[in-house]
Write a protein that binds this ligand. Structure first.
Ligand SMILES: Cc1cc2nc3c(=O)[nH]c(=O)nc-3n(C[C@H](O)[C@H](O)[C@H](O)COP(=O)(O)O)c2cc1C
Length: 326
């Protein structure tokens, strides 16, 4: 099964492009013949901001989504077993046929996807685009609740509170400083060039990473932005994994439609704001992530891609699998 091993290793390689909280890339793949296991990496968990591992597992779910898109783009059929434990998921390559151009285009969209923290333009996201994003979230295994005007104002207050609480927590501040701006080991974290040089004018504050950014965020106010909660029926590791797959699928569709996505996770990181978000969902769903959705300025280039760890740091191919180390 050398061809399957190669395809799985290539999919794990492509999955490095997935978004992750603070670009921690908290995943690891083990390829063994025609199957591949996905593990979370607690060494890259944010122990202060994400003590339960919710955002770590969610990030792994986004990587799982990306790996499956890459496999499909190469013409591989796969079966997936998802679990709340370790491994989080097992992908089995089950057959190959000529690649479908639509699947190849989906992989291309992941290759251009990025987090854009610039102020969005005055052009609203079309209602049918919001519906397409909600459908994408459902396909991935979660739900999207787009906030109404009153709820956006409530969210603004909530994020003000979560941001304030985090700014006054020295351990959280130190943890953020490890991953944002400045310099750190190659291939990790959020470089200054991806962070706004000046505080953008927004209804709901962006995350304050506490470091000087270098990204021209653009003038204006993001009053045309939509805010939404990605949520689901449970609050277990298997639900967080599904939420990550949903995020990957939603962001892929958004990229194809020119819609910028900015995750805002601070209200999910603190118990009191997570409870308030849950109340906004009428106590019937569990919030995983807040998303800002908007149309980015097409005339100016967005931020460059953030760095990634090398494949050798996140992908292992077991000896005897047929193609040696990645
Ligand atoms: C679970 C999760 C939470 C995130 N939370 C935030 C956030 O609160 N604020 C922010 O500016 N970006 C947030 N991001 C975006 C990441 O910082 C971004 O995905 C990462 O730096 C990689 O960059 P890229 O998306 O451009 O590839 C989050 C991403 C994920 C997957």
């Amino acid at each position: 099964m050398t061809a399957a091993t190669d395809a799985l290793a290539a999919a794990a390689d492509a999955a490095r492009l997935a978004p992750s909280v603070h670009n921690t890339q908290p995943w690891r793949w083990v390829v063994d013949g025609d199957r591949m296991e996905l593990f979370a990496v607690p060494e890259r968990q944010l122990t202060e901001q994400d003590p339960d591992g919710r955002l770590m597992v969610l990030s792994c779910g986004a990587a799982l989504h990306h790996a499956l898109v890459a496999l499909a783009a190469a013409g591989w059929k796969a079966s997936v077993t998802r679990d709340g434990g370790e491994p989080l998921a097992v992908i089995q390559a089950v057959g190959h046929e000529p690649a479908d151009p639509h699947d190849m285009h989906r992989l291309q969209l992941l290759q251009v996807r990025r987090t854009d923290r610039r102020v969005v333009t005055d052009e609203p996201v079309a209602p049918e685009a919001l519906e397409a994003l909600a459908a994408a979230a459902r396909r991935g295994g979660a739900r999207l609740h787009v906030l109404n005007r009153d709820q956006v104002l409530q969210l603004a207050v909530m994020i003000e509170h979560s941001g304030e609480a985090q700014r006054h927590d020295a351990k959280m501040q130190a943890e953020t400083a490890q991953w944002a701006g400045g310099s750190r080991p190659d291939g990790t974290g959020i470089p200054a060039v991806s962070l706004p040089a000046e505080t953008p004018l927004t209804t709901v504050a962006e995350r304050d990473f506490g470091v000087a950014g270098a990204l021209a965020a653009g003038g204006g106010h993001d009053s045309a932005a939509n805010y939404a909660i990605l949520y689901g029926e449970g609050d277990e590791r298997s639900d967080w994994l599904a939420a990550g797959e949903a995020l990957g699928e939603l962001w892929l569709v958004a990229t194809g439609r020119g819609t910028a996505v900015l995750p805002l996770s601070s209200p999910v990181e603190l118990d009191f704001t997570r409870v308030a978000l849950r109340r906004m969902l009428g106590d019937v769903g569990w919030p995983y992530l807040v998303l800002r959705l908007g149309i980015a300025d097409p005339e100016h280039a967005g931020p460059p891609h953030t760095p990634r760890l090398p494949a050798s740091a996140v992908v292992s191919v077991l000896p005897g699998s047929g193609n040696g180390a990645v």
